[in-house]
Design a protein around this ligand. Structure first.
Ligand SMILES: [Zn+2]
Length: 309
């Protein structure tokens, strides 16, 4: 058993990688996600692509430990999904079907959770066994790893950090239908929302434009010393830092890894999160380290491969 396979299924592409069991990436590639007809082609496409690549690399299936796969939906430990927002699948026994199609052992996880496992294995959380990861993209994704194991939960919806309520007074709806979710303040769209609110009644000088402002604009302006941008970053940091302090009470992590598009702002971002975290952290949780994710779009295939081992 020298190899394992990592598969990261997204709404438009499926990323795949062949790894050696020590985590060395031998080859990676991607195929289209064909979501038409309730996504019936997705798993057969993946199985065909895997078979072709193993043949190309002259790897026999007896040398493969298994396949790990991350999918954008809650998925149980048994590899069952009830519903997917963007793959077309309803109830599906993903693990069983993939095993039947490939003849290999399969392990299925939620994509954000799997990415957290990848960052623990070979990325920003390398060397740690207890980790919280937050992915700040269009939404806010999360993953919690305890003793190197993903926190999955009953329905596979463990560590949906984006939907922790951080503002009981909020009246706008989150995409999930609740109000006051972390995602409404700490995602890329959340930062824009905070910025627009601040800029609407702005009498202070700023380089930010009410109509066109993006999350990147905000953090670029922070780096240039823009006071209004710093206020917006403070708000963002307070929501996220306080939420992480609450999560730490349950998880007691060694490291918090910040990933996703917003994390491209770099080290400066960590300061904005760490300070409010320390203000609200339980005394035993103050030693936690903050790190940026390092694997980018490959976190999913690394985590999936680790899941297969
Ligand atoms: Zn929500």
């Amino acid at each position: 058993m020298k190899y394992c396979l990592g598969v990261d299924v997204g709404g438009t592409t499926v990323k795949m990688g062949i790894f050696q069991n020590d985590g060395n990436l031998i080859d990676k590639w991607e195929i289209k996600t064909r979501t038409e007809n309730q996504g019936e082609a997705i798993l057969p496409d993946i199985a065909a692509a895997i078979n072709a690549k193993l043949t190309e690399h002259q790897i026999d299936k007896s040398e493969v430990s298994g396949i790990g796969m991350g999918i954008p939906a809650p998925v149980t430990k048994a590899g069952i999904v009830q519903k997917t927002a963007n793959l077309g699948w309803g109830y599906k026994e993903v693990k069983r079907e993939l095993e039947e199609l490939t003849g290999l052992k399969a392990h299925i996880g939620n994509d954000a959770n799997v990415a957290a496992l990848g960052e623990m294995w070979k990325g920003g959380g390398k060397g740690y066994r207890n980790l919280v990861m937050v992915t700040l993209g269009t939404g806010v994704g999360g993953g919690v790893i305890i003793e190197e194991e993903i926190l999955v939960g009953t329905n596979g919806a463990g560590a949906e950090i984006g939907h922790i309520c951080v503002n009981y007074e909020e009246t706008d709806n989150c995409g999930c239908g609740k109000q006051g979710c972390l995602e409404q303040y700490a995602s890329a769209t959340g930062v824009v929302r905070l910025a627009k609110k601040r800029l609407q009644d702005n009498a202070d000088e700023t380089v930010l434009n009410l109509e066109t402002v993006t999350a990147k604009d905000v953090f670029d302006a922070v780096k240039a010393g823009d006071k209004v941008a710093m206020e917006i970053a403070d708000q963002f940091g307070d929501y996220l830092g306080h939420a992480l302090a609450n999560i730490a009470v349950i998880v007691d992590p060694e490291v918090v890894v910040i990933g996703g598009g917003v994390s491209k702002a770099g080290e400066i971002l960590l300061g904005y999160i760490e300070k409010p975290y320390m203000e609200k952290a339980f005394f035993s949780n103050k030693e936690v380290k903050f790190a940026l994710a390092e694997l980018g779009n490959d976190a999913g295939i690394y985590g999936a491969a680790k899941l297969a081992l």
